[in-house]
Design a protein around this ligand. Sequence first.
Ligand SMILES: [Zn+2]
Length: 862
Amino acid sequence: MKKILILIIMSFISHINAQSIVPWTEQNGTLGLGYPVPIPVDTPEAFDGFRTYDGLFSKHQSLAFTNDYITGHIVGQTRNNRDIWAYILSDEDNTTKYGIKEGAMLINGNIHAREWQTPEVMTGIMELLDANSADLSLHQYLLENTSIVVIPVNNVDGLLQTQRYPEQNVFTTSIGVRDGRMRRKNMLDVDENLSTFDDYLLGVDLNRNNNPYWASSNSSSFSPQSIVYHGPSSQSEPETQARITAAHLVDDDQIRIYTDVHSYSKVHFSVRTDNSARTTLMHNLLQDFSNHHVAFPANKYYQDSPSGPGSGIGSTDEYFALTYEVPSWTLEVEPGGGAGTEYGGFGNDGHDGFILPESHIKRVREQLSQTFMVAWYEQSGPPSITNLKIVENESTTGVKDTLIDDLSWDIQGDGSRVLYHNEVRSLIIGNTYRLIIGFDKPMRVRNEQGAIAHLQGQGGYDLDPNVTLSIGNDVINGVSGSWVNEKNESIISYNYYKDDTYVLEFTIPENITFDDNVSLSISIDVADMVGQKLDANPATVVTWANGQWQNYENDSGENSLLGGSDNSYLFTVKASDENDLPITVLATGLYFDPTRSGEGFSYELLSESKIWLQWFTYDNSGKQRWYSALGSYKANTIYIENLSQGSGGIFGNQFDSENISYSDFGSLEIIFTSPVDDGNGNLVYSAKALFKDVNGKKLRTEFKQITRVLGALPSIIIPPPSVTESKSALISGSWYNQNRSGEGYIIEVLVDNTAVVLWYTYDLDGNLMWLLDSGGTVTVDGDKINLDFDSLVVTEGGVFGAAFNADDVNRTPWGELHFSLSCSKKTGTLNYTSSINGFGSGEYSIVQLTHPLIDSSYNCDQ
Ligand SMILES: [Zn+2]
């Protein structure tokens, strides 16, 4: 009886274990979904549905082709020799805008073939960053200050197999659904034909193939037919090796976060280790992630379900958690445990959770992508102050908006920062000032009405910084301010991204206890969009190591998990400004750094606020360079947002202005300081210039005026001009030939009635070239002014930037240049003869392009 029963049961099992190909269906049935079975569409463009691998791949490739921030890298081949790609989303350099090595964010998609949600989310991340790569806010910040490494499809062979059979899989009663649409593993020893049943259970679970816990638990198996087969050895699979190669696209010390994106169950399977700091920070990070995501209208909450430390299953997140000691987890994309029922489906077979309805993928793709930006913003690092400025609102000297303090944390060669402080003059009791505070990341977002708001799902911090200004024990009350989302050529302007800068107004009270050594101290307490407080000591740069931020000081100056407030700033305060002289941008002329003879600036003040500036310098190999820009000035400060560098010109007849193009070179800020008596009763003004290249690298120089242009404003004394002076002064400015836009001549007639010319052009090979003669003679004949320059020189040998040495500059005689210009018509001619082979001689008609502000007592009619 017993025996018979066993026989009957055994024959029943063999019967029901027979494999058959069973389709998923919309209608009710064994594999009835209750919603349409998604069929991938061969298109690169995102839509309300799933794309084929080819569609996704061509999208990735076209993004890499069209967006300079996206580059593709082949990081290995699959079992079936298909390329596995990783994409780096970042700018070209490896450093932030402030010279710090970028943190890297790693994300892996579609390691399990059937989890179609994941390559869509990976692609959504790339699409989101592409669409917002010039937003001057969160996304552009991430692209320019971090390196994001995306592997959209790790298991290419597997995904292709699932898409070959989008509705079908092999079904047995005891095992359930496998292969076809429900393939999980890679294609080791598997053919691509679903109806050959001898291999349909094979393949390696790539998420059990990893160090350090490979083959150490019951959650993986030595059986090649197991759904969790861990492979013949640790990291045996080429897909595993490709992921490790992708991680090596950045340096080990850059990696700050890893996510392996799976579906489904709407959970963070985070990896715990014995490092409690890492546990705390990862918990905060996942909380910020989930709080952001649940705040979308769909209200999807991702629960953290951490592992216990010290053991594992051979998954990829364990590898990254333990190799790099960074937040590392497996994200199981929705649905939650209810699988298809979460979308109104039948839920007949729990595997339907892998089949997200087409009507939901757009939302999942777009909103999870946005939530990843939050996690990466957090792991880009806690905020720190980069610069402060103080501007006078009014002063008794009569010049508004004088910049009196300029502070900045400059990165040094050894990786630390030093606080640069240009104190133009002291604060005065009773005066009102604006304090501008710059941060190294965008600190706030705005709502649709343009008002500062908490980042979605985040809170627990004040929207305004708490800035405490105190003099001794007296705290200055009534301080209020606003975030800055405007970029313009003025002091009240953000650094690189909207709302990375805050400005507030304060008045030094009249009633403070005053003694000679009184100073104003400033303490700043603020958190970034995800609630991370400031690095209290910016002198030591925050990095990530050993599972937490390093050099992230709190108020006591100790390394911490949560940071503190920055109290690094002191300013001198005086009782009165009665001896202060007004400080303004000096008049049109030539300027140079006495320690950098052989290069210099020329600028013209064109109006009350506009300036035309040229910088005559060198490249890194000693060749001449000139840069020009139209900028702004106010009080004692010149702002140039974009210096541009021309290219495409050539000397002589071959020149064609159609070939000239311009590229951005960087920004320039020039601050004039208080004049110093030279001992002979002459006031000597100097200025401090800060050049930042397009990547934010700084060069500081200090310069003095070399030439004073006749009649130029502002001027302290305008002597009544002679007839000759009256006319010749008006030809100072920029001149050019209208058919040769892209080269020109800067002419300055000086107070001693000599003239200077700077000819900015190209050499015979098309390199930038500039020629200088500072000893021109001026003769006036009626309306005609003749300038004769007999000894133009060309220079070479200087080096751009800190390595410049004036002794390296060689000056070679170039030839002669003569002008005959009409004062009233603003037109004229020039001719030149070069003593250098090839340049020959020539003649052009020219017109005046710009003329500097000249006192009105100078005119052509005398
Ligand atoms: Zn998975």
